[in-house]
Structures are given as structure tokens and as C-alpha cells.
Design a protein around this ligand. Structure first.
Ligand code: HEC
Ligand code: HEC
Ligand code: HEC
Length: 479
């Protein structure tokens, strides 16, 4: 029959076309190796710009093993499917990128291919770095090529078949990856566009703050709606931000530069590293990111309404009130961690126990007079307590905020040894009911247990500095 004949031709044809397509997709040319560029051949201004850009891109965090040589690779980057080890991006000719031309380097950031043309795993955030301008790529290249070359061969990746075959990444790219440069929005200010460029591209804010699908790709229509990073919750930083006092551009600029803000507390976990790095960016760059982020959150473009609003949130009673500026101020002493809620609450033994723990272990700092960042935040202001899950409070409560090496920093002791799972659950229930008007969290018990046992792995690090102290960070003096 005609149909049969058509199918008979079509099917093999489709297979051939499919195979050719797959071949075309997976096969990429290789760039010839070049002699390692002489570090002295790079313009000092270009290298300086590359230094800032590399900090914003957080290249060092993923490409350095804690305490190891900067950029020498070998850090295990977990993915939903297995472990990918970061590569050595020092200019070592044997094990690093010393023989990569600028063109090869540019292609890796823009299209996720190595010098030989193999597909790179998207654990390397090239799906965001693809927005980088050619000038910025050149500055990054100059920066990396003037670091100290370190010979180090990272371990092989631990991925199951068939994902261990790099060609499979071609399929992922086909579905989820758009290669392309940043396109400014002509309807917006230069500052907004600069911020969008930095935040969406090199700063890869969405890499942590956007939920991912089962294949590890960012959900494009849920951009910045909250995600996960190293076991921590990266809160929504769009119009769904749970921050009790809405973020303003000024507050964001301060937080991103200093790693804390009076009304929002200290940046912790993976975000501490981000703010530590952004501290190296120019004021102009940080402010641009803040303006863009504030607009994503729907913040009014007016100066910070901070202090007045903050006072009303702090003094609101625990029941059913948040940032209502009409609230009559109440004596804050009354909130000394006693169960001051409704009858139903005071009848609840767990709630009462939580109140007791809070009063004994937390209130001295979290209701103290010490200003941020050294005093604990009033929990009425805490995004952690207002967020859709208590993951970050559990992490901070168990392991505290370890002091940063050799500098003043926010410090909080860890309570892992003294709080049982049940006490932790009671404490969380109390915090949620007492300091927010949100419904109780669900699944708190499982979350507490999984966090304690490590079934849900998390990374813990000092509050306001980059934990990974690499050995040769000052390598520009000894190229
Ligand atoms: C979130 C972690 C992460 C960040 C941030 C990151 N990288 Fe990577 N990068 C990786 C991983 C993982 C690989 C290895 C991917 C693979 O093997 O397919 C990689 C691979 C690379 C490669 C390919 C090297 C090779 O030998 O194939 C280059 C070049 C590179 N990164 C440069 C950078 C630069 C420049 C920055 C900062 C602007 C950066 N990376 C930031 C995780 C990261
Ligand atoms: C490596 C992952 C990661 C990246 C990249 C990242 N963040 Fe975060 N961010 C987090 C985590 C985790 C938290 C929660 C930290 C905490 O509890 O203190 C957070 C918290 C925040 C907060 C505080 C929200 C609140 O209400 O308390 C803001 C604002 C923020 N991030 C903005 C940004 C911006 C802007 C960028 C890009 C320049 C960015 N983040 C990049 C992981 C990340
Ligand atoms: C020795 C002082 C101290 C004690 C005791 C203490 N904290 Fe903290 N805590 C801090 C400091 C300092 C910070 C960092 C500033 C900030 O972000 O609140 C902090 C931060 C936090 C945060 C993050 C708040 C946010 O959203 O920014 C949480 C949650 C937290 N502490 C919970 C607790 C709990 C629960 C207890 C009692 C079991 C407790 N803390 C006891 C000092 C303390």
C-alpha cells in the first residue's frame, strides 16, 4: 500500500536524518593548541577587570578544592545524576587551559564546549555565562592566563551510563540551552540593563534562585522563584520574596556589598560566598545588580522605607500581623519568648516547650541590643522564619555561624548537640507561630532528621567571608 511504502521510506530516512542531526549536534571542531601566552603580554587594566569579573562569576568557588590551589579544579560538583569534578583552569599546559586560545576559551563559556570540541556538563553554568560580552570574556581570559600554573589532574566524573558519554549533553542542550549574547531592553535604563547583564549572566543568580526540573535545567517560567544550593534554600528573589520588610534597591545594594543588612540579617551558606565575591565588584556594578533585582521583586523605585517600617514589623504582636504600619506598638519586653499567644497555643505543650527553648537559648541574642551583623536578627524580620520551609533555620540552629578566619564576623553557636529532634521541631513551631502570620510548616520532622543525619547534605561556612582559602590566591605577584 501507499502508506506502507511511504512509511517504509520515511522510517529509514528519519533514522538517517536523526543520526545526521545528532552527529551534527554532537560533533564540534577542535581548536589547535597554542603555546601558553606570556603573562606579561596582557594589559594590566584588562587583568584588573578580569579579577572583578571572575569574582562575580564565582569561578574560584567551583574550581578550587577548599584549602587547595586556586583554580586547579577537582572540586566535586553534585548534580541530580552524579558527581562532576570541576576542571583545572590554571594556565598549566598539561592539565589546565594553558594551551587554549582566546577563541577556544570564549567558545567554552558561550557554548559549553572544551578545546577539543567535547560537550561540557551544565554543572558549569555556561547556560548563563553565554550572555557574556566578548570584551568580558577577554578580560576573564587575561585574568586566568596570568594566574600561577598548577599541575593537577581532577578525578574522573562519577556519572551513570549513558550520561557519562558527553554526547548526551547535546540532547540536553537541544532541549534547554540557548546560546546567545545579552540583549539589552531598550525600554529600561542603562543601569537596569547593566544589572540584568551581570545578574543573569556572570552573576548567575538564577543558578541557585530558580527551581530546576528533573533534568537539572532551570524552569524558565519560574525564574528566580526560589531554588536550592548546597542543601540550603535560596529564597525567591522575585515578586514572591518572603522577606517581611520588602527589599529596596538600597537595601539590596548594601546587602550584596556587605553581606548583611539591618532589616534582613546576614547572608549565609552559599550566599555568603556570593556576597563575599560581590564585595570586590565596583559600587556601580553592585548598585546595578541591586536595581535590577529590586525591579524583579516589584520594589517601588523610591528610597528605602526601612527604619519606620522596620519598627512597625518588630513591634507587631505575634498574631496575624505583619508589616501593617497602623499596628499599635506594643511593649517589646512582653515578647521575651514566653508563650504570649492565644489559648489554643498555650494549651499546646509543644509550643510551650518551643517558647522555653527560645527564651533560654535564642532570645538573649535575637532580642538583644547588638546591631547587625553581630547581633541576632529579630525573628519578626527574618526571611528564614517566613520562608516556605524551615531548611535554613535548621542548618543555622544546628551548626550556627562559624567565625570567619581572622576577621570580625557574625557568630552564632550551634545547638546540634543540645537540641533533640523533638525539641528542634517544637522550637520551629514556636518561631513560626510567634513571629509570623503564616501557617505551620509541613514535613518539619522529616526535614530535621534528614538534615541532622546528612541524608540531606548541606555545606556550612563562616557568615561573611569566603571559606575556601586557596593557597595561591595572590598569584599575580608570582606569575
Ligand atoms: C557552579 C560551579 C562552577 C562555576 C561557578 C564555574 N565553573 Fe567552570 N566548570 C565547572 C565544572 C563542573 C566544569 C567541568 C564541566 C565538565 O567536565 O563537563 C567546568 C568547566 C570549565 C571550563 C572548561 C575547562 C576544560 O578543561 O574543559 C572552563 C574554561 C571554565 N569552567 C571556566 C570557568 C570560569 C571562567 C568561571 C567563572 C566565570 C567558571 N568556570 C565558573 C563548574 C563551575
Ligand atoms: C551559589 C548559590 C547562589 C547564588 C549564585 C546566588 N544566591 Fe542569593 N542566596 C542563596 C542562598 C542559599 C540564600 C539564602 C541564604 C541565607 O539563608 O542567608 C540566598 C539569599 C539571597 C538573598 C536574601 C533574601 C532574603 O530575603 O533574605 C538575596 C537578596 C539574594 N540571595 C540575592 C542574590 C543575587 C542578586 C544573586 C546574583 C548576583 C544571588 N543571590 C546569587 C544562594 C545563591
Ligand atoms: C550568641 C548569640 C546567638 C544565639 C545564642 C543565637 N543566635 Fe541565631 N544568630 C546570631 C547572629 C549574630 C546571627 C546573624 C545575624 C542574623 O542574620 O540574624 C544569627 C542568625 C540566626 C538566624 C538567621 C536569621 C535571618 O533570617 O537572618 C536564625 C534562623 C537563627 N539565628 C536562629 C537561632 C536560634 C533558633 C537560636 C536558639 C536556638 C539562636 N539563633 C541563638 C546570634 C545568636
Amino acid at each position: 500500500m501507499a502508506l506502507g511504502r511511504t512509511l517504509g521510506i520515511l522510517v529509514p530516512a528519519l533514522i538517517v536524518v536523526g543520526a545526521a542531526g545528532a552527529y551534527a549536534l554532537t560533533w564540534r571542531s577542535s581548536f589547535d593548541p597554542v603555546p601558553r601566552p606570556d603573562p606579561a603580554s596582557f594589559d594590566a587594566d584588562l587583568v584588573a577587570r578580569g579579577t572583578q569579573l571572575a569574582a562575580v562569576g564565582n569561578c574560584i568557588a567551583c574550581h578550587t578544592v577548599p584549602g587547595g590551589d586556586a583554580f586547579a579544579g577537582g572540586l566535586a560538583v553534585p548534580t541530580p545524576f552524579g558527581t562532576v569534578y570541576s576542571t583545572n583552569i590554571t594556565p598549566d599546559e598539561k592539565t589546565g587551559i594553558g594551551t587554549w586560545s582566546l577563541a577556544a576559551f570564549r567558545r567554552s563559556l558561550h557554548d559549553g564546549l572544551d578545546r577539543d570540541g567535547h560537550h561540557l556538563y551544565p554543572a558549569f553554568p555556561y547556560d548563563q555565562f553565554t550572555l557574556l560580552s566578548d570584551n568580558d570574556v577577554e578580560a576573564l581570559y587575561a585574568y586566568l592566563m596570568t594566574r600561577r600554573a598548577v599541575e593537577n589532574q581532577p578525578p574522573p566524573n562519577e556519572l551513570p551510563f549513558p550520561l557519562n558519554i558527553r554526547a548526551t549533553v547535546a540532547g540536553w542542550k537541544l532541549l534547554f540551552f540557548d546560546s546567545g549574547r545579552f540583549a539589552p531592553d531598550p525600554g529600561k535604563s542603562d543601569q537596569w540593563n547593566r544589572g540584568a547583564y551581570l545578574a543573569e549572566g556572570l552573576g548567575h543568580c538564577g543558578g541557585c534562585h530558580t527551581p530546576r526540573n528533573a533534568l537539572g535545567a532551570r524552569e524558565k517560567d519560574e525564574a528566580w522563584n526560589g531554588g536550592m544550593a548546597e542543601g540550603w534554600t535560596a529564597y525567591p528573589i522575585n515578586e514572591n520574596s518572603p522577606a517581611p520588610i520588602p527589599w529596596s534597591a538600597d537595601a539590596l545594594a548594601f546587602y550584596l556589598r556587605n553581606g548583611w543588612h539591618q532589616d534582613h540579617g546576614v547572608s549565609r551558606g552559599p550566599m555568603a560566598e556570593v556576597t563575599g565575591n560581590l564585595g570586590r565588584l565596583s559600587d556601580e556594578g553592585v548598585e546595578a545588580i541591586a536595581v535590577y533585582t529590586a525591579s524583579r521583586m516589584g520594589a517601588p523605585e523610591v528610597p528605602d522605607a526601612g527604619p519606620a517600617l522596620a519598627a512597625s514589623v518588630i513591634e507587631a504582636p505575634g498574631e496575624g500581623q505583619t508589616s501593617d504600619t497602623q499596628t499599635q506598638p506594643e511593649d517589646t519586653d512582653e515578647a521575651q519568648g514566653q508563650a504570649s499567644g492565644t489559648q489554643a497555643q498555650s494549651e499546646d505543650a509543644g509550643f510551650a516547650r518551643g517558647a522555653e527553648i527560645y527564651a533560654a537559648a535564642c532570645a538573649s541574642c535575637h532580642e538583644g541590643d547588638r546591631p547587625q551583623p553581630y547581633g541576632g536578627l529579630d525573628f519578626h524580620l527574618s526571611t528564614a522564619v517566613n520562608a516556605s520551609n524551615p531548611q535554613n533555620i535548621v542548618i543555622v540552629t544546628f551548626w550556627g555561624l562559624p567565625p570567619a578566619d581572622g576577621m570580625a564576623s557574625a557568630v552564632m553557636p550551634g545547638f546540634e548537640g543540645v537540641l533533640s529532634d523533638l525539641d528542634t521541631i517544637n522550637l520551629l513551631t514556636y518561631l513560626r507561630r510567634e513571629f509570623t502570620d503564616k501557617p505551620d510548616w509541613e514535613g518539619v520532622g522529616e526535614l530535621v532528621t534528614a538534615t541532622r543525619t546528612g541524608e540531606h547534605p548541606v555545606s556550612v561556612r563562616p557568615a561573611d567571608m569566603i571559606e575556601r582559602a586557596p593557597r595561591n590566591l595572590g598569584a599575580k605577584e608570582e606569575p
